[in-house]
Ligand binder design. Structure first.
Ligand code: ZN
Length: 78
């Protein structure tokens, strides 16, 4: 993964960041999960047994285009 990216739309510099998820009383980093979302009774969505990766999202400083990369497991804040 190359951190010095250029925007695929305009060629501008991409700034590193991530998307926030709002959960019950806390903020977490967005995750990528394999497969289609399935409803679960207690948690809202089934996540058990799915491959789960943290997501870094890069933002173009010129046009605002967002580009996301699913990274390694274990990077997520507790
Ligand atoms: Zn751009």
């Amino acid at each position: 993964m190359n951190p010095t990216l250029n925007c695929s739309k305009c060629g501008g510099a991409m700034e590193e960041g991530f998307l926030l998820e709002f959960t019950h009383g806390s903020l977490i980093q967005s995750r990528w999960l394999e497969g289609k979302p399935e409803r679960a009774h207690w948690t809202g969505l089934k996540t058990r047994g799915r491959q789960e990766l943290t997501v870094m999202t890069y933002r173009c400083e010129t046009c605002g285009f967002l580009e996301s990369y699913a990274g390694d497991k274990g990077e997520a804040p507790a």
